[in-house]
Ligand binder design. Sequence first.
Ligand code: TRP
Length: 372
Amino acid sequence: MGKIILTGDRPTGRLHLGHYVGSLRRRVELQNSGEYDKIFIMIADGQALTDNADNPEKIRQNIIEVALDYLSAGLDPEKSTIFIQSQIPELCELTFYYMNLVTVARLQRNPTVKSEIQMRGFSEAGEDENSNKKGMPAGFFTYPISQASDITAFRATTVPAGEDQQPMVEQTREIVHKFNAIYGETLVTPEILLPENSVCGRLPGTDGKAKMSKSLGNCIYLSDTPKEVKKKVNSMFTDPGHLQIEDPGKVEGNVVFTYLEAFSKPEHFGLFLPEYKNLDEMKAHYRRGGLGDGTCKKFLYNVLEATLQPIRERRHEYEQRIPEVYEILKKGSEAARLVAAQTLHDVKEAMKINYFDDPELIAEHTKKFMNR
Ligand code: TRP
C-alpha cells in the first residue's frame, strides 16, 4: 500500500505566515517530493460551520481566499487534489456510523476540543440560561468524529498538521482500531506528520503573543502587500531591554529573530546582509551589543519578501482567473468524492448494512421463512 496524505484548513480567513511555516510550505515540499501516491487537500467548510452557524457568509467568502492561498503557495492541482469538504456527502454518512464508536466522555477528554470550548466561551453544560455563556453546538462537540471521517475516507496514511491536531489524529486512530476490531480490517490507521521544529509548529504573532491569530490582529498574511508587510515588521516586538544599539540584546522571545529562525536561509545573508555569514553570527552580534533593531527588521523584511513576492505574484495571476479556480475545486471535489464513495461502500459492506447488495442475506431469509 502506498502513502496517502490528507490534510486541510478551516476557511475562516486568509492564510498567514503561521499557516505557511506550520503546514503549507511542508505540503508543497511533500507534493513535489514524489513520495506520496495521492495528496488530498481539503477546505474544511463543514467543520468551520460547526462554530459559525450564524455566519455562513464568512465561510462562503473565505473558501476562495484559502484556495487562492493554496495555489499561490505552490499546491499544484495536477499533483494534489484540492476539494471542498461539504461537497462530499459520504463524509457525513461515515460520521453517522463512527458516532457509535465514540463515547461522550471520550470527546469531553479531547484536549483540543477542551481548549476550544474555553476559547469560544461555550458552556460545557450545554444550554445554560443562567449565564451569558453560549451553549455548545452538538456539531462542534462531535467534530473530531467528522474529522476521523475526513481522514479515513481517503485512506490517509499521513496527516501533515500542527501539534493542535494531534488529539484529532489520536481520536481517529482509536476509531479505526475499534472499527477494524468489530467489523474486520477495513480502515487505514493514520499518522500525524508534525512540523520540523517548534518555531515552525507555533509561529508567534508580530506582537510576541504565543500564536499568530486573526482574532488577535497579529498576523502577516500571505496576501499582504509589501507596504503592509513592512509596516507589520517595523512594529514587531523585539527586546524591550535593548534600548541603545550598543546595549546587549536578547534573541529569545524576540519575534524578529524567531521569524528569522523560521524563514531565513544562508543565501539571504549574501543577498541582503553580507556582514554575517549566517544567523548564528548575526545573533552573536545582537547579543554582544552593537546591532540595531532597525537593521534586523530591514533584513527580516527582505527575507520575508523573498518568500512572499513570488506567492503574491502567483496569487495576482489566479485572482484574474477566478472561474478557473472554482473549476479546479469542482474537479477536485468530484475526484475526491469517488474515493470517499469507495471507502463508504467498503465500510457498509464490512458492517453488513449493504442489504440490497447482499445475496446471502436474501438467501438466508428465504430459507428462514420458507416452511413456516
Ligand atoms: N481541524 C483542522 C483545522 O483546525 C481542519 C481539518 C478538518 C483537518 N479536517 C481535517 C486537518 C483532516 C487535517 C485532517 O484547521
